[in-house]
Design a protein around this ligand. Structure first.
Ligand code: DGY
Length: 323
């Protein structure tokens, strides 16, 4: 019997590509070449499964292509806002993702950005490299304390809770969070956390605000000028969720006018194009979407995709079906 045909849209960890080759009639993107909407349309017509990642969009225009052979989009990543869900549903395309395995590494990057922003890490690095550093001085590059300060989490899923554990048990931070539904009481007790009634309430009392909600229409520009105006002037904004949750221009204005002290970003509107306004600011730390970028995590994400493909092609229940 011929093997199912699987299309991989980007280069994946080598060990996973080897497993894919053994199990499927797979087309890899080993040179990581840029693919177009037409490539994806053709892939949907010629392959049984297509495996997208966050960096390529699958809009309605692509998913509406006629004569599709593909029945499953097995996404390499937990977020799936790059896929037009309504069209996927309309065409009965199954979507799976990779939850759970990238929780700790993404929370680590959120803490990295929090520390970089608080302690002006990226700015200090630039100063040393530019040979402009004049030596130690009591008033040089003073910054914000992390230990004992208040961390506000918007969204309180796996990654937010992992960050809260690191911040509370590692740095003695007070934890407040906003989520519209009740949270697990054991988690609240472990973190001595307070659930805020509104995002505004959280913004008013937090020294660091970290975003952990999904991207997409429901949360687009959730953090806008109005919300930034509510934040403390000493506060820092951390975003490892999705770029479009923040109105970039409003953030640039708030950082320029010192409406807030700093920001740390791993995700951007319109990645990989980062707004010029951010590039020229010293009080923002910028990382290139590194949340899950450890060898172990990316390998585990690949294993999850394999689990989902294997289940689909052997008619077993899908471990991580989202649609
Ligand atoms: C995801 O999984 O959604 C991340 O943003 C990519 O690691």
């Amino acid at each position: 019997m011929s093997k199912p045909k699987v299309f991989i849209t980007r280069k994946w960890p080598a060990s996973i590509e080897e497993k894919l080759k053994a199990r499927y009639d797979v087309t890899l993107n080993q040179h990581d070449k840029a693919l177009s909407a037409d490539d994806f349309k053709a892939a949907l017509q010629h392959f049984d499964a297509v495996c997208p990642t966050v960096c390529f969009f699958f809009p309605a225009e692509v998913l509406n292509i006629e004569n599709k052979r593909c029945k499953i989009l097995a996404n390499f990543g937990v977020g799936f806002n790059h896929i037009d869900i309504e069209s996927a549903k309309k065409h009965q395309l199954i979507i799976t993702n990779t939850p759970g395995v990238l929780t700790e590494s993404t929370a680590d990057i959120a803490m990295t950005l929090l520390l970089m922003s608080a302690r002006r890490g990226a700015e200090g690095d630039r100063l040393v490299r530019s040979k402009q550093w004049q030596g130690w001085c009591p008033t040089h590059m003073m910054s914000s304390d992390v230990t004992g300060s208040t961390l506000g989490l918007i969204g309180f899923g796996r990654i937010a809770q992992a960050m809260a554990r690191k911040a509370h048990h590692g740095f003695g931070m007070k934890i407040v969070f906003f989520k519209p539904s009740p949270a697990d009481q054991d988690v609240i007790d472990d973190l001595n956390a307070i659930q805020c009634e509104s995002i505004e309430q959280l913004l008013k009392i937090s020294d660091f605000v970290s975003l952990h909600c999904p991207g997409g229409d429901a949360t687009r520009h959730l953090i806008n000028k109005q919300m930034l105006d509510v934040m403390k002037p000493e506060a820092h904004l951390i975003n490892t969720a999705r770029g479009d949750v923040v109105d970039t221009q409003a953030l640039i204005d708030a950082l320029k006018s010192k409406q807030i002290t700093g920001a740390g970003l791993d995700v951007y509107e319109n990645e990989p194009n980062v707004s010029e306004g951010l590039l020229h600011l010293d009080n923002v730390s910028l990382l290139p979407h590194l949340g899950s970028a450890t060898i172990a995590t990316r390998t585990a994400m690949g294993e999850k995709v394999l689990d989902n493909l294997d289940a689909y092609f052997t008619d077993k229940p899908l471990p991580d079906r989202v649609v």
